[in-house]
Design a protein around this ligand. Structure first.
Ligand code: SF4
Length: 109
């Protein structure tokens, strides 16, 4: 369940989209702006579901899962049996990406 503040933001975002139409550039989804054409990617995002060792959780086809409330609420993003968004770890990204800080000298891939 999304935090109350996220539920309010999601409702407000839906009202805004109803009012003004799509905000994010195509082919991004309307609510969260999820797309799979880079240049940023889910791999570095704090909302990517990870195991206890911090490695991304991926299914047999290599797709990851996202824990962000807006992406969970986004009907255009495919979901698994647990209703978690199925995302492309290497090429997916959305407007709510929250990247981990990089160490000094570490380059973005
Ligand atoms: S879909 Fe967005 S919030 Fe979810 S892991 Fe990818 S970049 Fe992060």
């Amino acid at each position: 369940m999304a935090e109350k503040s996220w539920l309010k933001k999601i409702a407000a975002l839906r009202r805004l989209l109803d009012d003004v139409g799509p905000i994010w550039p195509a082919p991004s989804t309307k609510l969260s702006g999820y797309a799979e054409d880079g240049p940023y990617h889910c791999e570095d995002c704090t909302f990517l579901k990870r195991d206890k060792e911090g490695k991304p959780v991926a299914d047999e086809s290599g797709m990851g899962r996202c824990n962000h409330p807006v992406v969970i609420a986004d009907k255009e993003v495919k979901k698994d049996k647990s209703l978690l968004p199925i995302i492309n770890i290497e090429k997916g990204c959305c407007e709510f990406v929250d990247q981990k800080g990089h160490e000094d000298g570490e380059k973005e891939e």
